[in-house]
Design a protein around this ligand. Structure first.
Ligand SMILES: Nc1ncnc2c1ncn2[C@@H]1O[C@H](COP(=O)(O)OP(=O)(O)OP(=O)(O)O)[C@@H](O)[C@H]1O
Length: 291
């Protein structure tokens, strides 16, 4: 595996007496494309802001490109692309003025890519010279994404980047993202609630629960190796599963267990009288892991 470009150790962050992050240990390898999942309020935005040094942490340590994130060099900063959940564009500028401004801040800027994306994402002459504050939410989000891709960052962090885009815009953006990742080996961390998008682009998924990374795994491995185990309560209560992800009690005393299982374990369970194994969807997994 490539060396990690981002390392978090014991990261804690509270707001007043509410603990948002309760000890995050996480390493992100170069070239990974990771979908960060969690319920509303799970702490995804907080984690993203902390890992880029945009929010101070209470405890723990974060290193980005081998540097402490609270003392990042200019060179390291120029390697980051970030699309926040809420647009942070200067609303009084036009798209052309905004991009011209950001162009001056980076040592590298791919103008051809910017022009290509502006054309593809509906920024004709009129839209490029309108005040950003008067653009629609989706247009502002597209502009924010173009800005984040323009300097070809090594790490791209996207907080619900497609939430405001129409289905065509989402598909187009995801295609662009995948192209970039494949061509340049960009590391991408993005949060989303649209699980079908995640299945389209993510290599790995990480679930944030109770302020920590509860599960992280390659998406296909996770889907291939997870089963819902149902059966008579007497039988299930005696089962010992190594990687249980969740347990649901149903009406009438029955319950089911969602667990990651090895092939051997699946075979053993399949042969147990009164036990049934079913594959789970990403949606089921999300529900179990973040319950
Ligand atoms: N500036 C702040 N002041 C006080 N509390 C905050 C602040 N920012 C976040 N929180 C709280 O921290 C928790 C985590 O919030 P965060 O926005 O990181 O969650 P999230 O997983 O990104 O949610 P969503 O999926 O809804 O965007 C929430 O309970 C939120 O209310």
């Amino acid at each position: 595996m490539n060396p990690p470009i981002l390392t978090l150790r014991g990261v804690r962050k509270s707001f007043g007496n509410h603990a948002a992050l309760t000890g995050v240990d996480w390493q992100i390898g170069q070239g990974k494309v990771i979908g960060l999942l969690g319920r509303n309020g799970a702490g995804k935005s907080t984690l993203m802001e902390c890992m880029l040094g945009l929010r101070e942490i209470d405890d723990g340590a974060i290193a980005l490109f081998g540097e402490p994130v609270d003392a990042l060099s200019e060179a390291a900063r120029a390697r980051i692309g970030y699309v926040p959940q809420k647009s942070d564009l200067f609303e009084w500028l036009t798209p052309d003025q905004l991009l011209a401004y950001f162009r001056t801040l980076y040592p590298h800027w791919n103008e051809a890519k910017v022009e290509h994306l502006l054309g593809r994402w509906g920024f004709d002459g009129a839209a490029r010279s309108r005040k950003i504050g008067n653009l629609s939410g989706g247009q502002q989000q597209r502009l924010s994404i173009i800005r984040a891709l323009a300097h070809e960052p090594d790490l791209l962090v996207l907080d619900e980047p497609v939430a405001g885009l129409d289905p065509m815009g989402r598909r187009d953006f995801l295609r662009e993202l995948v192209n970039d990742v494949v061509e340049r080996g960009t590391t991408v961390v993005f949060s989303t609630h649209i699980l079908s998008d995640l299945e389209r682009v993510a290599m790995d998924v990480a679930f944030l629960r109770e302020g920590r990374i509860a599960v992280e795994a390659p998406l296909d491995e996770l889907l291939d190796g997870t089963r819902r185990v149902t059966g008579h309560p007497n039988v299930l209560s005696t089962l010992r599963l190594e990687q249980e992800l969740g347990r649901v009690r149903h009406d009438g005393g029955a319950f089911s267990i969602v667990a990651r299982v090895s092939e051997q374990e699946a075979e053993r369970l399949d042969g147990t009288p009164g036990v049934r194994l079913d594959r789970v969807s990403l949606e089921d997994l999300f529900e179990e892991v973040t319950r």
